[in-house]
Design a protein around this ligand. Structure first.
Ligand code: ZN
Length: 62
C-alpha cells in the first residue's frame, strides 16, 4: 500500500492507519504525513514539484 499523503510505499507493520467517520481508511508512512494530511489540511503537490524542475532545466538550457 502507499502513503495517502506522499505516495511512498509502506511496508506491512509500519506506518499509520486512520479511519474516518465516513468509513474511509487511509494509510500514512509516518505520523508526519498523517498530521500534514489530516490536521494541516495540506496536500502533496506533485505538479508543483514537476513545474519547478522544468523551470530549472529551462534556466540551464539558456
Ligand atoms: Zn508519507
Amino acid at each position: 500500500m502507499k502513503c495517502a499523503y506522499c505516495s511512498t510505499e509502506i511496508k506491512k507493520g509500519t506506518g499509520t492507519m486512520f479511519v474516518y467517520n465516513t468509513g474511509l481508511i487511509k494509510y500514512y508512512c509516518s505520523s508526519r504525513c498523517f498530521k500534514n494530511d489530516v490536521q494541516m489540511k495540506r496536500k502533496f503537490n506533485k505538479k508543483e514539484t514537476k513545474e519547478r524542475k522544468h523551470e530549472t532545466q529551462k534556466q540551464k538550457a539558456q
